[in-house]
Design a protein around this ligand. Sequence first.
Ligand SMILES: [Zn+2]
Ligand SMILES: [Zn+2]
Length: 569
Amino acid sequence: MKNKLVAKIFRDIAEILEIKGENHFRIRAYERASQNIESLPDDIEAFVKEDKLKDISGIGKDLEEKIKEIVSTGKLEYLEKLKKDIPEGLIEILNVPGIGPKTAKLLYEKLDIQDVVMLERMAHAGKIRDLEGMGEKTEENILAGIELFKKTRERLDLKIATEVAEGFVAQLEKLKDVKRINPAGSLRRMKDTVRDIDILISSNNPQKIMDAFTTLADVKDVIAKGPAKSSIRTKDNIQVDARVVGESSYGASLMYFTGSKEHNIKLRQLAIKHGLKLNEYGIFKAERRIAGKTEEEMYKALGLSYIEPELREDRGEFEASLKGALPDLVKIEDIKGDLHMHSTWSDGGNSMEEMVIKSMELGYEYIAITDHSQGLKIAGGLNTHELELKRKEIDELNKKYRDIKILFGSEVDIDSDGNLDYPDSLLRGMDIVIGAIHTGFKQPSSFITKRIIKACQNKYVNIIAHPTGRLWGSRDAYDMDFKEVFKAALDTNTAFEINSFPERLDLNDINSRMAKEAGVKIVINTDSHLAEHLNMMKFGVAVARRAWLEKNDILNTAIFSKLKLKNLG
Ligand SMILES: [Zn+2]
Ligand SMILES: [Zn+2]
């Protein structure tokens, strides 16, 4: 799939054109093409082959030629030329949250800022505040943006990491010398962000595997190549390490390279206590290996039952394992429906019917289509009349598709005082109401806490969506008093969401576990804005598993007749 590459090249072009102050319509055309191609569910190469590029909205003759060039050569001459017109670092500056092409242009022209390092220096020196339209606050925001930018560059989100790892595993798996293969590291533990990707392989022919790994099509350069361990960088600058071990120590190595470090330290201490030695090759009694082939036998040799990778953080898993009290973690198959998604009624890209069809493919028993409320103008929120029309369309769809129950809902904005964007008279008529904060993120913790508590107290609000507002790479979670908030949730029977969007993944693992301990119900939703986003449920489930959640802790594991929502009789 070269969709991402094409989309990225077009986005870069739009940004450079804007820095250069070119025609607005040309810029917009590249932006639109980039968005459309990014959200295309099918492979762009198939469009080229079948000569169907013109069917994609926003693609004319000129862009068609450019796409063909990118697909066949992996780059675009036009972009290479454009890049020479501006300093290279300026393009990097655009990746700092809060800095768009206009600001980048201003900074370049007035202060000759050409890269992120200079930007940071100038902001620290207080030079930016004096520029027209900037001020002290903007300068502070730029510094905060730079911090986020640095963090993001060091870590990948879970979706990207998963896709890259799956791609490598799928290609290596085909080699007949590969016996077992697993991603290891924090990706196997399904942490919400991942630094680099580790792949572990068992084989009797490591050299052959290393040769294959370092010459795969996605490899840009080889950082190191050894007889049984190599590191490469992909074309997207992601580091992937592969390591080959023998079959008899595969379980020990998998355990060792899965981590976490804290978990491994405890394992080693436990081994010592039993008079054993533990390392990446196995567990040894004197010189004799007593375990190593599988993780199960490793844990067993230490007197433990198997601990799922998501729990290996030294957060009580040893104590639970010894007591036989490990949780029976929720699985993706337990999810019976998705209760938060958007359609073309607001800012979604697919019709309600398309969302329904995809949800049926996933085997769901029910879904809720929860477009935005009227206050959220940029997201095309619905007014009273539109709500009526949407309700009618949902009734029709329910008649047409008998195998799935479609709930009529709304994601209702919680304003800066904690009031909801629709009156109770409208909320009463909905099957499901989701309260969400989309503005006023910078309020003090006590305000945000009050807003959420007030929303829970509304008798029609079923769920609080993306409760901490975090957006990986652009916005940190806002502060609130979780104890107070969860108490209100419990008192009012309001569920809290784990949002499966890779940039969000909030509540996070720690907060979700707190919610469970407080007795608050969790719901895992995708917040899909396209039908294909419905596939992201697995990332929300990963957070739930890291939070020790079981099937019964999660509302949308219930079959429809048992689904407990305030508004459903
Ligand atoms: Zn939202
Ligand atoms: Zn939403």
